[in-house]
Write a protein that binds this ligand. Structure first.
Ligand code: CTP
Ligand code: MG
Length: 604
């Protein structure tokens, strides 16, 4: 079910254009960062110079009095190096964290605005990996990478000038290994990228697996599947291990060979420089100073390899981010910008609506219906008939393949999506609560609601009694997905939440899970209050709800096959009558076990 779309290739130009944008707001910080980095390096450059001075001017000329000033100068250089380095790290962290925050927020916001269908096809754990890890990997190249690239090239250039100044011929020799280094860098670029790409993919899959199993922890335990899950986990962790080893193997060949090639420069300089000192063409201090500087030359050259590694990893990550950022948001799907008035009347019309989740598999066929404001429409039909899908279209979770839906005579595809959803309250089939307090959950639909309003809604939804009986009342934490509450309690809280939202259109996907009769009665009352004076679409499983509806639509394989009031449909002796009899029998059996006086069964 989950789809791991292979991300498209992002070339370096696109990568630079789209990521450098994130540095723009922090130009000053970026500049300060680079300046400090350069200062740090330049203080270090004084080290070979002072060493050379000590050898040639102090030791060779026996100037003992100069030892202390030279040592003080060297200490000063090291100290300045340390201070500017500390400042550099502090600025770099702040600046890096700002970039990461901006980028994460962008990806997260974009993710939230993607159409519902996207989430059907992507594992949450994989998406989480993109927001956490992939963003961090791109950020690293932007802040550390840019700093490193600039300082590296500047210091290479600076040392090169110093080297040339000291000796042309030795510099020419020292540069010979550069050709090998360039070839190595190119080889690495091409061979490491696919490796990083597959490594990122395997991390995503591993996170997806962990998330899935944590959410299903009760099923794992109940089915005794711990070992099975452990093997599944090990399998995926093993694939991640292998893909990581692949990239690291390439790295293992690459860096040491590059260091070796770089060291050959030192050998060449020693080989040619030693006779020069012997013949008096070069002082000993000059040769030592040259060798020191050569070290400072090849050290940043070596850093280019690390930089290249960062780039390859970040490119693979950016591909995963751009594939998300390039998807159209659901806002783009609506054509108009005129919102609905504060509250619509609630006149809902479906006109020849057809729909399917996958091409060629129709789920709804040519649905037409009209609900007048305040009307209560029940949708009945066997499982998989398309009831939930039908109301999903009203909320624009998905768009019809053909046909149109109107609210108050306005095509909903021409209404901004937020304005549309403001008019509709949803109580879904599986009540979902967020990990927070009961209060947080109640207020979810209307954050600014007053305390009185919240209490009134809780009262109307018949949940105030059980909430107040809890030691921490409305401040009780409900746990992930509301796991610390019973399903009947969750349902009533979700009804109270919908009541507080106070929207003119109600969608109620009744929970199929049965609760005891007393609770059912409480829920029923809560629902009746919720639907009062509102246009309601009730996907009904309970006999009470169905028979109380103004009109009942019977869905079968995505088509409305019967329509009418309860009595009309019963008289037809068709599909509804059969459905009704089966349900009636089920409820009769249920009530034999738990007698229920409140249920009015006379009518049947
Ligand atoms: N379906 C799908 N992709 C989804 C959701 C549903 O392909 N993301 C399919 C289901 O497999 C089903 C059909 O769409 O065949 C209708 O599903 P739904 O509208 O959810 O059926 P309901 O009538 O709501 O069934 P139930 O009473 O079980 O809730
Ligand atoms: Mg359903």
């Amino acid at each position: 079910m989950t789809q791991y779309t292979t991300p498209r290739t992002v070339n370096v130009t696109e990568f630079m254009q789209r990521t450098l944008v994130y540095l723009k707001p922090y130009r000053i910080m970026a500049a300060a960062n680079i300046l400090l980095a350069m200062l740090t390096i330049s203080f270090y450059f004084m080290y070979p110079q002072i060493t050379q001075y000590i050898i040639d001017a102090v030791i060779a000329k026996r100037q003992e009095s100069m030892i202390i000033p030279a040592a003080v100068a060297l200490t000063g250089a090291f100290l300045l190096h340390a201070v500017s380095n500390a400042l550099r790290i502090a600025v770099n962290t702040r600046f890096g964290q700002k970039v990461i925050l901006d980028m994460r927020r962008d990806v997260y916001d974009h993710l939230l605005s993607l159409p519902t269908g996207f989430f059907d096809r992507h594992a949450s754990g994989d998406l989480m990996t993109r927001i956490i890890d992939d963003v961090a990997s791109v950020q690293r190249i932007l802040t550390d990478g840019v700093e490193r690239a600039l300082t590296t090239f500047m210091s290479i250039l600076a040392v090169l000038v110093i080297l040339l100044f000291k000796s042309y011929s030795l510099t020419a020799l020292a540069l010979l290994p550069l050709a090998v280094l360039t070839a190595g860098a190119l080889w690495y670029t091409f061979s490491a990228h696919p490796g990083y790409r597959s490594q990122r993919r395997e991390i995503g899959k591993l996170n997806a697996l962990i998330m899935d199993s944590l959410q299903g922890i009760r099923q794992i335990k109940a089915y005794g599947r711990e070992e099975f899950e452990s093997i599944r986990f090990s399998g995926q962790a093993e694939r991640l291990r292998q893909s990581t080893i692949k990239v690291m193997d390439i790295w293992a060949v690459y860096t040491p060979s590059m260091t070796f090639a770089g060291s050959l420069g030192t050998v060449l300089v020693l080989w040619a420089g030693t006779p020069m000192v012997m013949h008096g063409q070069l002082s000993l201090g000059e040769l030592v100073g040259f060798l020191f500087y050569l070290g400072l030359f090849y050290e940043p050259v070596g850093r280019i390899d690390g930089l290249n590694q960062m780039v390859q990893s970040a490119r693979a990550s950016s591909e995963r981010l751009f594939t998300i950022l390039d998807l159209d948001t659901e806002r783009k799907e609506s054509t108009g910008n005129t919102p609905f008035p504060e509250k619509v009347l609630g006149d809902v019309r479906y006109e020849s609506v057809s729909f399917g989740y996958k091409e060629g598999v129709p789920v709804l066929k040519n649905i037409s219906l009209h609900a007048a404001p305040g009307e209560k429409i029940a949708l009945a039909g066997s499982t998989g008939a398309g009831k939930t899908s039908m109301v999903n279209l009203l909320l624009a979770f998905y768009r019809p393949v053909s046909g149109k839906i109107f609210i108050d005579s306005r095509d909903i595809s021409s209404v901004p999506i937020h304005s549309l959803r403001k008019q509709i309250s949803l109580v879904s089939q599986e009540p979902f609560l967020f990990n927070g307090t009961i209060r947080d959950n109640l207020l979810y639909g209307q954050l600014e609601a007053s305390l009185e309003k919240m209490l009134a809604a809780a009262d109307a939804a018949n949940c105030s009694a059980f909430i107040e009986a809890l030691p921490e009342g409305y401040e009780t934490l409900v746990g992930e997905r509301g796991v610390m509450l019973s399903s009947g309690e969750k349902q009533r809280i979700s009804i109270a939440r919908a009541l507080l939202k106070d929207a003119p259109v109600i969608i109620l996907d009744e929970a199929t899970a049965s609760v005891d009769n007393a609770t059912e009665q409480l829920i029923q009352e809560a629902l009746d209050r919720l639907m009062k004076n509102r246009t309601s679409f009730v996907i009904a499983h309970r006999l009470n709800t169905i028979s109380n509806a103004d009109r009942i639509l019977v869905l079968h394989h995505g088509e409305i096959v019967e329509e009418g009031t309860h009595t009309e449909l019963l008289n037809k002796q068709g599909r509804y009558t059969r459905f009704w009899m089966i349900r009636n029998e089920q409820e009769r059996v249920a009530t034999q076990v738990w007698p229920n006086e409140t249920m009015d069964k006379e009518a049947f």
